[in-house]
Unconditional design. Structure first.
Length: 213
């Protein structure tokens, strides 16, 4: 499977690194080609760089590792090219607020629910890779030495299975948290997010499954 990671910041660079280390064909894009090339060089592991349009064209799966408003714009700008592709959303829709962050979502609506509604025709939505803080994504094991669980959520079983396979190749343990209407649970203020209800903890697969109930 070929993956385009759009955005090479805290999340995108880590996801690209882990997937490429696991043998996945990864191309990164960013706000401009030079930035993507510099990031790809730093990430290593055979990761290549290109412009956003070329990265999407060459991929089966596109990870939108950008801020929420940029993700919305990328969906609108690349609607035709995203047809038939799996689109992975790690976003939180937040802004700094004093010492912390506040949600920019309308009351009772997750970032995932909003982006799922904006999917171009034929694009297949999966929420993943945003359920931990950036440092958590680097962790290779929990405090007890187990693989770190990564939750994902989707209404599309086949797309979910494909993303679960990527999560596995990246060295994490995939655990489905439900569908699009469950995405709030794995976003930053949710009960299953590392910095929501999990109070910073990294879960093993069995702990993550037990926490779903
Ligand atoms: N940081 C976390 O701990 C964390 C945890 C969970 C979820 N998330 C979510 O993950 C998403 C990404 O967060 P982040 O911390 O990785 O952000 P970030 O470090 O600010 O990186 C954003 C990336 O988006 C790229 N970008 C900006 N405009 C673009 C455009 N028009 N086209 C293509 N790429 C563009 C930037 O490119 P340049 O490099 O060229 O500027 C940059 O690489 C956000 O929705 C955030 O809420 C973050």
């Amino acid at each position: 499977m070929a993956v385009a990671v759009i955005g090479t910041g805290n999340i995108g660079a880590r996801v690209a690194h882990r997937l490429a280390q696991g043998g996945v064909d990864v191309t990164v894009a960013a706000s401009n080609l030079g930035s993507a090339q510099a990031a790809a060089e730093k990430i290593g592991n055979g990761v290549t760089a290109s412009g956003v349009q070329d990265a999407i064209a060459g991929a089966d799966t596109v990870v939108l590792a950008t801020w929420f408003d940029t993700a919305k714009q990328l969906l609108a700008d690349n609607a035709q090219a995203l047809k038939g592709k799996i689109v992975v959303d790690p976003s939180n829709n937040i802004a700094p607020d004093g010492d912390g962050f506040k949600s920019l979502n309308p009351e009772g609506v997750s970032a995932g629910q909003q982006l799922a509604k904006l999917m171009p025709a034929g694009a297949r939505f999966v929420k993943a890779f945003g359920t931990l803080g950036a440092d958590g994504l680097d962790a290779t094991q929990t405090a007890e030495g187990d693989k770190v669980a990564l939750y994902y959520a989707t209404d599309d079983d086949a797309a979910g299975a494909a993303v679960a396979d990527l999560i596995t190749k990246g060295g994490w343990a995939p655990v489905r948290a439900g569908g699009v209407d469950d995405t709030a649970r794995i976003e930053v203020f949710g009960d299953l997010h590392q910095f929501g209800g999990l109070n910073g903890r990294l879960l093993s697969e069995s702990e993550a499954r037990a926490s779903l109930a």
